[in-house]
Design a protein. Structure first.
Length: 260
């Protein structure tokens, strides 16, 4: 599978139309804090809301990307959480690992556990065959309810330096507590794993995601392993927007003559 640099973002007429509908999301980059080919250390772009109340058409379209599927093994948090954070990431990406180790656990404790936030993972391997193999293995672990444990093992300090060959992926699955390793090995090499990976990649290509990790938080693009404070601000903003929209909906439903 070619990397985003080698593969045109608009891969079909249908994808081109979708990109126009989304307003061609801008993942603006700021100056790097470390030298790396993995993308900027911190960048962000957030579509404005009209009058501070109604989400822009772009934001409404981006909000629709949240799957909120109870059977999604690559997600955590309530399907009814007011805020969904979609993460596009690669298991060989150093900044992704930094976010997974240093920032994400705090967000889980602060927002996932109280029902505010749902995190939905999208596999976006951009560093070659090892990245793709790890993505499929993570998906296979998710089939047995152990994705986040596999995620933690794969992003542990020094883990990516050991590579993601078949034997190493089985070792990570063991560390993650995947119960049926034979099924795991079959799943990660099966057609369903490839189709799931392609679905995530196509979504990222369509949005123009150019580096990992990249996020959508309540429909607002955020790129890079930014500080915990930056994510807290983005989540709080999205939470407030969701509350405003809920209040507007309740007011509309309460208007005389709206019920038949």
């Amino acid at each position: 599978m070619p990397s985003p640099a080698a593969k045109p973002l608009l891969i079909s007429a249908g994808v081109a139309l979708a990109a126009v509908t989304l307003g061609l999301v801008s993942w603006q980059a700021t100056e790097r804090t470390e030298g790396s080919a993995e993308g900027p250390a911190a960048s962000a772009s957030a579509p404005a809301t009209a009058g501070g109340e109604q989400p822009s058409p772009q934001t409404r379209e981006l909000l629709k990307l949240a799957r909120r599927d109870r059977a999604d093994g690559l997600a955590q948090g309530s399907v009814t959480a007011p805020v969904v954070m979609i993460e596009y990431a690669d298991f060989k990406c150093g900044y992704c690992g930094k976010f997974a180790r240093d920032t994400e656990p705090e967000l889980v404790r602060k927002y996932v556990e109280d029902g505010t936030l749902r995190i939905e993972w999208r596999n976006y391997p951009i560093f070659g065959a090892d990245s793709e193999a790890a993505a499929k293995a993570a998906w296979a672990a998710g089939r047995q309810g152990r994705f986040w444990q596999f995620h933690a093992a794969a992003y542990a300090e020094g883990s990516k330096e050991k590579g993601f060959g078949d034997a190493r992926l089985v070792e990570l699955a063991e560390q993650a507590g995947v119960p049926d390793l034979d099924r795991f090995s079959a799943d990660m090499k099966g057609e369903a794993a490839q189709l799931a990976l392609q679905k995530d990649q196509d979504e990222a290509y369509r949005l123009g995601v150019s580096s990992t990790p990249s996020f959508l938080i309540g429909g607002h693009p955020v790129a890079g392993a930014q500080s915990a404070e930056a994510f807290v601000q983005a989540i709080e903003k999205a939470k407030a927007e969701a509350a405003r929209q809920s209040a507007v909906g309740q007011q509309e439903n309460a208007k005389p003559g709206t019920a038949e």
